[in-house]
Write a protein that binds this ligand. Sequence first.
Ligand code: AMP
Length: 213
Amino acid sequence: MKIIMLGAPGAGKGTQAKQISSKYDIPHISTGDIFRANIKNGTELGKKAKGYMDKGALVPDELTCDLVMDRIKQEDCKNGFVLDGFPRTIPQAEALTAALEKIGEKMDFAINVDVPDENIVNRMSGRRACLECGATYHIVSIPPKKEGICDNCGSELVLRDDDKPETVQKRLDVYHEQTQPLIDYYDKQGILKTVDGTVPMEQVFADIVAILQ
Ligand code: AMP
């Protein structure tokens, strides 16, 4: 099963993608996590991506597309994968469609986790991330067992630079301008499904599972 998660930054698509990955035993591919790992390891890609990410802008398509195309060719993706944060622009979506067409495949579902903008800014300011293992928390809805410490690996949790309120509005603007058109794109392909992302996350997950089954 090949799944794309769509939705504004902070809509909860990462949390849902992780659960889908574990229930259906398919890899969770988050371009944001891949970029953050590269930044942490000081790679060339990380150095290039950081400037864009800190501003709330998108990393250019040419840096992003090859990375994802290489990843989905790997052995562990042969039964499917869940893409989180990719595609984010029409050219990225077209590159993905073309790469899959070449091997006679196509995406199965594009799940749009729908949350209005006014909920997003509040959510993001409470978000906390572990830069060590990629786990994410929320100070109210998904608190860690010990405040400020990652349950998985014991590292310190931080408010990501790009989750700071001044950057969130910019990311929302970028989302509406560049990523929202993908909703139409996948609707036309006949694979778009929308779930209400404002209900409790267990319910969001149940709604997604009902679609996938
Ligand atoms: P995320 O963790 O998905 O919210 O991504 C964090 C940041 O990484 C975004 O604000 C972008 O700067 C960058 N990024 C992640 N995925 C993409 C993508 N598909 N295209 C361009 N930039 C991306």
